[in-house]
Design a protein around this ligand. Structure first.
Ligand SMILES: Nc1nc2c(ncn2[C@@H]2O[C@H](COP(=O)(O)OP(=O)(O)OP(=O)(O)O)[C@@H](O)[C@H]2O)c(=O)[nH]1
Ligand SMILES: [Mg+2]
Length: 384
């Protein structure tokens, strides 16, 4: 009983003490808040007398740091938002072109019937989707509309979005650079599709990720091609291996890989001359380049061979992809100039037919206009 009483009074004391401490803390907090506010206002209004107050020095520094943090956070948020909006903006032509047409096509219809599907086929073929791909799309769409029991034509647009999305390859879209070895990227394609520009954008990206990058100017066909690549190298401050115009591209590749190894590089990217896929000797040269790489790194060692395709060329891009894929084992595609096309359907046709991933898309001429390909982001950017 005593114990209990004693315990009870001890408890009471403790409660009182705690309340006292709480009150003190609250008052201090209140005081500190007032001081903080004073300092914040003083910084905003640049009140020299308060800012010079020695006793508030620490507080002033603290508030300033907090403000910088807040600003940085805001900047990051807007940067992120800006990046995404800009993909949408960059693809405005496609969104308003083919995909805008599709939206109007469905919203202007009252019934879902055979005629609608036939007219849709015509529209897709006109838009460079290609005959085979068009048939596949429409067939899948019809099935899906039936399965979902859709009755209004307007709603078919969303089904089409889902159908198209399924044609995109979602595996290995990203170039995963291995930490413990040299990563080689060979860039090929027909004339003027954007190979060199894509390399320029790529090196800037890898460099900003802290990678050691070297490039090989294996397009020895024109002196201007070497200079063009060199400009990108200077811009991103990366090493370049070059020979003179007319030199053997195979020798450039060989020297690039040797230099990459001895300088302990993370990535070696090789630019090649634009070649028409129907020119046998140029295609043979490409086989030779592949042999040299394999000899250097080992027959079964992986490396990237990216085919750059101009997104504005339509069906011809698909033919290029087929032929290059026979000559050299492609690991993926880069589709460029998507900012300049109202069609933009080539991505679906290439993904579906070659079953290989699109690794990057080019959406402008600037150094920042290369985007890692993200199927969802792409679909959302072209569909309203
Ligand atoms: N709008 C736009 N232009 C691009 C894009 N990528 C490349 N270009 C432009 O396309 C033109 C050709 O680019 P290059 O990089 O020289 O093409 P290439 O494949 O190296 O050409 P060759 O070496 O001659 O075969 C240049 O004017 C580039 O600025 C892109 O994504 N969008
Ligand atoms: Mg070039």
């Amino acid at each position: 009983m005593f114990k209990k009483f004693f315990k009870g009074s001890k408890k009471k004391n403790m409660v009182e003490k705690k309340e006292e401490v709480n009150k003190k803390e609250e008052s201090e907090k209140f005081q500190s808040n007032i001081e903080n506010k004073k300092v914040e206002n003083a910084i905003k209004e640049e009140k020299v007398d308060i800012l010079k107050d020695e006793s508030l020095k620490e507080k002033i520094e603290e508030v300033k740091k907090e403000e910088v943090k807040k600003e940085e956070l805001e900047e990051k948020k807007t940067e992120k938002k800006g990046f995404f909006t800009s993909l949408k903006e960059k693809l405005t032509k496609s969104r308003e072109g083919l995909f805008g047409k599709l939206k109007n096509f469905f919203s202007g219809r009252s019934v879902i019937d055979d005629e609608m599907y036939e007219d849709l086929e015509e529209l897709l073929i006109q838009s460079d989707i290609g005959f085979d791909m068009t048939l596949k799309i429409v067939e899948n769409l019809e099935k899906e509309v039936k399965t979902r029991g859709i009755k209004e034509a307007e709603k078919v647009y969303d089904v089409l979005k889902d159908v198209l999305e399924r044609f995109l390859i979602r595996e290995n879209n990203k170039i995963e650079l291995k930490e413990d070895r040299l990563n080689i990227i060979l860039v090929v394609g027909v004339n003027g599709v954007g190979k060199t520009t894509t390399i320029g954008k790529m090196i800037s990206k890898f460099k900003s990720e802290g990678k050691k990058v070297i490039i090989g100017a294996a397009d020895t066909f024109r002196a201007a091609a070497i200079e063009q690549l060199e400009e990108w190298a200077i811009r991103s401050e990366v090493d370049i291996v070059k020979h003179s115009q007319g030199a053997d591209p195979g020798a450039v590749v060989f020297d690039t890989l040797k230099a990459a190894k001895s300088r302990n590089m993370d990535v070696a990217i090789i630019d090649t001359a634009g070649r028409l896929h129907n020119k046998k000797n140029l295609m043979d040269e490409l086989s030779k380049i592949n042999k040299i790489i394999k000899k250097e790194i080992g027959e079964n060692e992986p490396y990237e061979t990216l085919l750059v395709i101009d997104g504005t060329t339509g069906q011809n891009g698909l033919t290029q992809a087929r032929v290059f894929n026979e000559v050299t084992k492609l690991t993926g595609f880069v589709i460029t100039k998507l900012d300049g096309t109202a069609k933009g359907g080539i991505i679906f046709a290439i993904s579906e037919e070659l079953k290989k991933p699109v690794k990057f898309i080019g959406v402008g001429e600037g150094i920042e206009d290369l985007r890692e390909f993200d199927a969802d982001e792409f679909i959302n950017a072209i569909f309203e």
